[in-house]
Structures are given as C-alpha cells and as structure tokens.
Ligand binder design. Structure first.
Ligand code: F6R
Length: 362
C-alpha cells in the first residue's frame, strides 16, 4: 500500500535511494567490479541501438551520451513507434536494447521482434522479469525497482538509468576505454547516489512552494544540454502528464532557433544545469531568457547557483556529484516539481486522465 504517503507517486519517488542501492548491490561487488550476466560482453560490438517509449525512451537518450562518451561506442536511439515502421538497417555486429518498465508495451515489443535475428544480441532492461519483452530477449536485465503503481514513471526511470550506466561502464571496460581503477572510481560515484538522492528529496518543501507558482502557468519550458537535455524532456513529460500544464523540453542551444519567441514574464523556464563542461553555455542561454523577462528556475549545485543564480526567479541547490551521472540525481527535482504542481492544481496524481500504466495497444 501507500505506506503513509498520500499517493503512490510520492511513495515511489521517496523509494529511489533504496531501490537504486539495491540495483547497485545486485550488479556490482563491494570490491568495485561489475557483476553483470556473462552474456554482457561488448567485445566486437560495433553499435548499440536503443528503443523504447515515453520516459523509458528518455532513459535511452541519456544512455546514448554515456555509451558514446564513456565507451566510445556509437549509439542510436528511437521511439519504438517510429523504429518499428521505419525498419532501419541494423548491423549484424550490433546490439539492440529495449527498455520498458512493464515489459508489455506493444510498440516496444514489436520493435524487439523486428530486431530479432538482425543483430548480434537482443537485450532488454525491464522491471517485470516475467514480461513478454524480457521473455523474447536474448538477455533481460531487471532494474529491480519493485512494483511501480503510479502511472507517471519515477523510480523505474532512475533504476533504468542506473542499469544503463552500468552497461555503458561495462562497454567502456570491454573496449579498453577505462581500466579497473577508473571503473572502480565510476562505481564509487554511483554508490554515492542514494545519499545524494536523500538530500535531493529533502528539497520537497521548497519545491512545493515553487510549484504553487508553477501551477498558475500556462506553458513551462525545460532546458538542458548534453545528458541534461533528455532530463529536460523528461521534466516536461512528467509535468504535462500529471498537471496538464503544457510543457516542453528543449536542448538549450535550440532556444534561439524558435522557442525563445514564447518567452515573456508569464513563462517559467526551468534550467537543469550541473556545473559541467557545458555549464557556461547553458548559463548564457539562461541569460537570454532573463533578458526577455522569463522566470528562470535554475537547478544546479552550490557552485553553479553561486556563479549564475543572480537574476534568476528561483534557484534549487543539489549536492555536488561527478557531472557524468548527474542526470540520475536531477530526475528527483524534476519529479517533485511535477508532483507538487499537480497537487497544487488538484489533479489525480496517480491516475491522470487519458493515460494507462501499461500501453499494450499501439
Ligand atoms: C511516463 C510514462 C510513460 C512510459 C511509457 C513506456 O511517466 O510512464 O511514458 O514510460 O508508456 O512504458 P514502459 O516502460 O512500460 O514500456
């Protein structure tokens, strides 16, 4: 049941430090090595194609940055409904990877069946190990999030990201991009996540205060660069599906190619920017928004907020962490903003209109 929480979504958001720790414990050793099934070997793999729907597709989108940047492995992503009818040519030396919480999403299953026989290995990252997608894969990796009941996916998303991060690290190690020492350091960074997530969860009260204002908006933009771009997409999806406020996520650099025309004093712009190598570029986009009187909420670490928070409408300070895995941490404020905005609007958080938890028809 809801274990004292008002909604399943609140409970599932709060569970993330525990389930992430469980997943890490399952797939890594205390000595700082990976413990993935034997079939997870990227030797000779020339490409990874990741396919999913909705939130799970944004997890793939983050993982694309990881596979490319950490492992140097070409990575492609697509939403299942496009992939299955696009019928893309697939390399016989590639892997096709399907990500699904339910493991029953019709389009994702059809995409998997298309890839079957055309690639070296069909791999899935699922929450339900007995699901159709898990059963029809050569290899299924459970994300160990536990049952997710809220229609808006929360803990499944961060558990998907965690398992995908481990796969990217395995690929990097298999391909000689990182040695044992670097691998252990990355795993250490991941192991710190549950503690940092607890800190992020403690921001629920200030986030609720910000959400009271967001609830009055008609349109909200989310901006991010690099692996934070998919987080901007995810933040916008979460907000629109449960609060019914129109929201869009954009790559910060795309702002001046159109969406900046939307900016005025009534449009909140949520900027997700840990202090990484792209921080200055995102900040300059943010300043363009402020120059047009947009209401900026900057989500960054203490250093980032100190450096760039002046002139922002609001700021939220997350703990420091290696920027590479920051998308997992920044999912929490994105979820909490959506949750509290929906509460402020009085919508049905766990069962939003028109949506089903498992989309078994196309
Ligand atoms: C959004 C959400 C959906 C699902 C999508 C895929 O919060 O939950 O976008 O992520 O329907 O579902 P699964 O992961 O079950 O394939």
């Amino acid at each position: 049941e809801k274990a004292g929480y008002k909604h399943f979504m609140a409970k599932e958001i709060a569970e993330q430090p525990v389930v992430i720790a469980d997943a890490l414990k399952h797939y890594t050793t205390a000595e700082g090595t990976l413990r993935l099934p034997e079939g997870v070997d990227f030797t000779g793999v020339d490409r990874i194609t990741m396919v999913a729907c909705g939130t799970a597709s944004y997890a793939c989108h983050v993982a694309k940055y990881w596979f490319e940047q950490i492992a140097g492995l070409p990575a492609e992503i697509d939403v299942a409904s496009e992939f299955r009818y696009r019928e893309p040519p697939l390399s016989p030396a590639s892997w096709a990877l399907f990500v699904s919480q339910s493991g029953e999403t019709a389009d994702t299953l059809a995409a998997l069946r298309y890839a079957n026989g055309k690639v070296a290995r069909v791999v899935s990252v699922v929450n339900v190990p007995t699901s159709s997608i898990a059963r029809e894969s050569d290899l299924a990796l459970p994300i160990l999030a536990g049952v997710e009941i809220g229609v808006a996916s929360t803990k499944a998303f961060t558990c998907q990201l965690t398992v995908l991060a481990l796969l990217a690290l395995k690929a990097a190690h298999d391909r000689g991009r990182i040695d044992d020492v670097a691998l252990a350091a990355h795993l250490d960074a991941l192991r710190n996540l549950p503690g940092l997530m607890n800190h992020a969860l403690s921001l629920s009260t200030p986030i609720a205060a910000i959400a009271d204002d967001l609830a009055k908006a008609q349109d909200i933009l989310f901006l991010g660069r690099g692996a934070m771009y998919p987080l901007a997409l995810e933040g916008a999806l979460k907000l629109k599906e449960i609060s019914y406020i129109h929201a869009e996520g954009y790559a910060s650099g795309e702002l001046k190619h159109g969406p900046i025309a939307l900016i005025d004093a009534a449009v909140p712009v949520i900027v997700m920017a840990p202090r990484d190598g792209l921080f200055d570029k995102t900040v300059s986009n943010m300043q363009e928004v402020m120059a047009r009187h947009g209401k900026v909420l900057l989500i960054s670490d203490a250093h980032g907020v100190a450096e760039a928070g002046a002139g922002a409408w609001k700021t939220l300070t997350l703990p420091d962490m290696p920027p590479v895995f920051a998308p997992i941490l920044y999912a929490i404020p994105a979820q909490l903003l959506a949750y509290h905005t929906a509460i402020a609007k009085g919508t049905d958080v766990d069962q939003p209109r028109n949506l089903a938890k498992s989309v078994t028809v196309e």
